[in-house]
Design a binder for this molecule. Structure first.
Ligand code: MAN
Length: 499
């Protein structure tokens, strides 16, 4: 072919492959346009290899350069990028394999330039308009959120200062309260000592009375037993008289023997009443049962109304019970008790005040110890809870405290985890939180939740899921997460370099 013809052809091909007024081959972004200018002698130098070809080889649908750079606008070279200009919307790179594959990838339709396969309408203006509207909305949302966040920061700072001042103030009051409590404790001890003494004196006297009564009752019982056992009324109790009483069957073999009786009778044949009261009764009083009278052996069918004897017995029993009750303290002891009661009341009151103030200090300190974000912007969420209900469960998040789950159908709440730490990536630590050490999962880990935070104009639990068994993930929107939209961020989006 003559040089003249070649040069004409080259111009024609160049015109064919170059698009736009700036003149660059199809599929090349503006930023790389200079690399696709015909070189000396109308050559193209492959971008990453030392190969060189006539410029008309660019986009001739045949892969010449080993790095594929000669085919930016066709599918000829594998794994290359095709640049869609997408005027009116956002430019993008697509895989070169998608060029002319019969599917519209670029909104400007430039990837399907062989129109016999498919005709792609240019939807960039429409998409661009929608996107710009979305961006305006997003920007507004971020601005609104950021303004709320500013209030949170202010409030967080105020709360921080208030709590700091509160702790100082409470610590001071606590000192004073401790002094007052010590004082009242001294007064209490002072009042309790005579009270204790007087009460003990009264109780001791009562113990003595009780012991005396018991002794008298015992003596009476002993005398009655003597009368019961002395069957022939000769003022002696003999071995024979005792032999008939089954309660003396010491070894419980069914018969009472002389030896058994003699053991109780201190080896004697008989005993006088005095001797019985003094020596024999202590031996038998635990096992002695009065002989059963004829009338008492009657069957159960005898259900006659209580006899006057029964009523008397009841009365006696009541009297005895009354006798068992300690009489009221004397007037002086009562006065001492009253004085001590009042001292105790005052002390308890002061003690309660100390405990209350301690609990307030501990709460305020807990607040101060928490990391509520770089500007305390998350402090606003402390002591608040948020819920999200899905198909099966209602999930609850109380930021900086705990997360839980309860079945919609009723039933108890499951602890999914307690506040652990901030859990975002190292360059964005405050973008996520971790709640951990929740209720153990059967045959699994302790339940835990990761909270992904996003900007929103309201504090809201947006979703809850369980990506892995007993490991949950919540999405939470909050103004605290909104950063100020920078002009650059939105500039870049509106004024695309290819527009
Ligand atoms: C409960 C819930 C579930 C969890 C299972 C694990 O049903 O806490 O979220 O997957 O226990 O056994």
């Amino acid at each position: 072919m003559s040089a003249m013809l070649l040069s004409v052809l080259s111009v024609v091909v160049t015109i064919l492959v170059v698009e736009g007024a700036i003149g660059r081959p199809r599929g090349v972004p503006l930023s790389r346009a200079l690399l696709y200018q015909p070189g000396e002698g109308n050559t193209f130098k492959c971008l990453n290899t030392v190969q060189e070809f006539p410029f008309e080889y660019v986009n001739d649908d045949y892969c010449d350069c080993d790095d594929g750079s000669d085919e930016p606008g066709t599918a000829a070279c594998p794994n290359m990028k095709f640049f869609c200009q997408n005027k009116g919307h956002v430019a993008e790179d697509i895989l070169s394999s998608r060029v002319n594959d019969g599917y519209c990838d670029c909104c400007d339709g430039s990837d399907e330039y062989q129109q016999e396969k498919i005709q792609c309408p240019n939807t960039c203006d429409e998409l661009g308009r929608k996107r710009r509207e979305d961006l305006v909305r997003e920007k507004e949302l971020r601005e609104t959120g950021f303004n709320i966040r500013k209030q949170y920061v202010e409030e967080g700072l105020q709360n921080l200062q208030t709590n700091k001042a509160l702790v100082e103030e409470l610590e001071k009051s606590k000192e004073q309260m401790l002094g007052e409590r010590d004082d009242l404790e001294g007064k209490k001890t002072e009042a309790e000592s005579p009270e204790k003494e007087a009460k003990e004196k009264h109780e001791k006297a009562w113990e003595a009375v009780k012991a005396e009564r018991q002794a008298a009752r015992d003596k009476l019982k002993a005398a009655q037993a003597f009368q019961q056992l002395d069957r022939n009324r000769d003022t002696f109790i003999t071995v024979d008289e005792m032999l008939s009483q089954s309660c003396f069957d010491k070894n419980m073999d069914g018969s009472v023997t002389v030896e058994e009786i003699k053991e109780y009778l201190e080896d004697q044949e008989q005993s006088t009443e005095d001797e019985f009261l003094e020596k024999i009764w202590p031996n038998i009083k635990e096992i002695y049962k009065p002989p059963v009278e004829e009338s008492e052996t009657k069957g159960d069918e005898d259900v006659s109304p209580p006899s006057p004897t029964d009523a008397a017995a009841e009365e006696k029993k009541a009297e005895e019970e009354d006798e068992e009750k300690m009489p009221d303290y004397d007037e002086e002891t009562k006065r001492l008790i009253e004085v001590a009661d009042e001292a105790r009341r005052l002390y308890d009151e002061a003690d309660k005040k100390v405990k209350d103030v301690e609990s307030q200090i501990s709460n305020a300190k807990k607040y101060l110890e928490k990391d509520f974000g770089p500007e305390n912007e998350y402090a606003f969420l402390y002591n608040k809870c948020f819920e999200y209900t899905e198909r099966e469960y209602t999930y609850k998040l109380c930021p900086f405290d705990k997360a839980s789950q309860r079945p919609k159908s009723g039933g108890s709440e499951t602890n999914l985890g307690l506040w652990g730490h901030w859990d975002g990536a190292s360059d964005d630590k405050y973008s996520a939180q971790k709640y951990e050490k929740g209720q153990n999962c059967w045959n699994g880990p302790d339940r835990s939740v990761k909270i992904l935070l996003q900007c929103g104009i309201e504090n809201q639990l947006l979703s809850a899921s369980e990506p892995s068994r007993c490991e949950y993930q919540f999405e939470f929107a909050t103004p605290a997460r909104c950063t100020q939209p920078t002009p650059e961020e939105y500039q870049m989006n509106y004024d695309h370099d290819e527009l």
